[in-house]
Ligand binder design. Structure first.
Ligand code: NAD
Length: 428
């Protein structure tokens, strides 16, 4: 197959079709699951700080809610496309199913660049997004969360607008809320820590001691920072981190061969996960091109930025010593590159399993909000580790038994669960 410009939706459908064939999935179920059940496109007018009105395009896509309310983040990104949102909503369905939480898949977005917007303007976008979709989302139907360039503050503005419209308190409407405002302990760390829980279990199975390994990471936002923190706490050494530089409109890789200091880098990164070049070089980091993160002579690669970053044109630049790729981002590897990785015997820990820690903790947040009883951080993280580890082991068992990749095995489990729910409801 060829993908031209790496359309994530084409990739998500290709991955689905491959496993649907393997499972000989019923045709009606296949038709239903290979596309979203509902999608909403709307305009959000915002009075800007200079008095003019700008209209932003917003989306919400609900791929499937047979197993429970749709669940998935909202992205703010200048290059957001409906096909990316469709793909991400589909991956959310599989993600919730593979870790067996009673939620479906959804995703949302707004085409905008928060770097260029004041906080007041961002608040207006959040409230405007909710005003357009308030009747089609809610704790009973579709539960949003933060994603790229959105955070707990955005979620709280959205919750406030939703509660104003519906006249009540509905903390289960949205997750990723700040602590003290219905948020869960551990949610900030959950996705990155989840990546490392899965990675550590995989390394253990491979007989590799994590404290003898090195890694290179793409991204330095929420997922990457907490993955890097836990990985280094467990004794691993991160040699390089790549992130976007808004000033130069390109990405750079920051390398320290003796091992980066994650806390030090967090101190010189902005809230969008961009590292300050000048301060990094003052601290002794080498400044390399953005793609260099992929070429490092390490044991582990953790793509944790955006989709389609490992593709046919750069997959051969991966160093011979790389043993594991732990996908923190959604859709970071194109199918062609995936095949090359399999031929090279590099274990790829697939995105919708590996980064499921965020949605698992979001589910915990919902449970805590609904019971109005909040757990301490240890309890949250223990439950999270148990869920991530057991999901990884279940996927590994299927991969070994059926002699298929971890990605296909994760799809086998997820598609079977969703297909069963769809059929049990009599939808197909
Ligand atoms: P974020 O906005 O906090 O961080 C994104 C990071 O990627 C930033 O450091 C940015 O500089 C970097 N980046 C962007 N473009 C880049 C490029 N071309 N080259 C190098 N770096 C680049 O986002 P996040 O929440 O950490 O999410 C990262 C990925 O993980 C996304 O694919 C997201 O969908 C996925 N994800 C996030 C969560 C979550 O809970 N936050 C959960 C599951 C999956």
């Amino acid at each position: 197959m060829t993908h031209g410009t790496y359309n994530p939706y084409t990739i998500a459908q290709y991955q689905f079709d491959k496993v649907a064939d393997l499972l000989e999935l019923d045709d009606g179920v296949r038709q239903l699951l290979r596309q979203p059940m509902r999608e909403y496109h709307f305009s959000i007018p915002v009075r800007m700080d200079d008095g003019t009105v700008r209209v932003f395009n917003g989306f919400r896509v609900q791929h499937n809610d047979a197993r429970g309310p749709a669940k998935g983040g909202i992205r703010f990104h200048p290059m957001e496309t409906i096909d990316t949102v469709r793909a991400l909503s589909m991956w959310m369905t599989w993600k919730c199913a593979v870790v067996d939480i009673p939620l479906g898949g959804g995703k949302g977005g707004v085409i905008c660049d928060p770097h260029q917007l004041s906080l007041r303007e961002q608040e207006q976008i959040c409230r405007g997004w909710v005003r357009q979709i308030a009747k089609n989302v809610g704790p009973w139907s579709d539960v949003p969360a933060p994603d790229v360039m959105t955070n707990g503050q955005h979620m709280l503005w959205m919750l406030d607008e939703f509660e104003t419209i519906h006249g009540g308190r509905f903390p289960g409407f949205i997750t990723g809320k700040p602590l003290g405002s219905g948020g869960s302990q551990g949610r900030t760390e959950a996705t990155g820590y989840g990546v490392v829980y899965v990675l550590a279990t995989a390394l253990d199975e491979m007989g590799i001691a994590i404290d003898k390994t090195t890694a290179s990471i793409q991204g330095f936002g929420n997922v990457a920072q907490y993955a890097a923190r836990l990985y280094t706490q467990l004794g691993g050494k991160v040699l390089a981190i790549s992130c976007w530089d808004q000033h130069d409109m390109t990405s750079y890789t920051y390398r320290k061969k003796s091992g980066v200091n994650v806390i030090e880098l967090q101190d010189i990164a902005d809230k969008f996960g961009s590292i300050d070049k000048k301060r990094a070089s003052d601290l002794g980091y080498e400044l390399l091109p953005g793609d260099a993160w992929l070429e490092q002579d390490v044991d582990i690669l953790i793509p944790a930025a955006i989709e389609s970053q490992i593709h046919l044109d750069n997959v051969d630049n991966i160093a011979p010593g790389v043993k594991v790729i732990a996908e923190g981002a959604n859709g970071p590897t194109t199918p062609e590159a995936d095949e090359v990785l399999q031929q090279r015997n590099i274990l790829t820990l697939p995105d919708f399993l590996t980064n499921a820690g965020g949605v698992t903790c979001s589910y915990f947040e919902q449970v805590q909000c609904n019971t109005n009883y909040f757990w301490d951080k240890n309890e949250v993280l223990q439950k999270l580790e148990k869920s991530m580890t057991s999901s990884y082991i279940a996927v590994g068992d299927v991969a070994r038994r059926q002699k298929i990749s971890m990605r296909d095995a994760a799809y086998v489990i997820a598609i079977n669960r969703v297909a069963k729910a769809v059929q049990a409801r009599g939808w197909a």
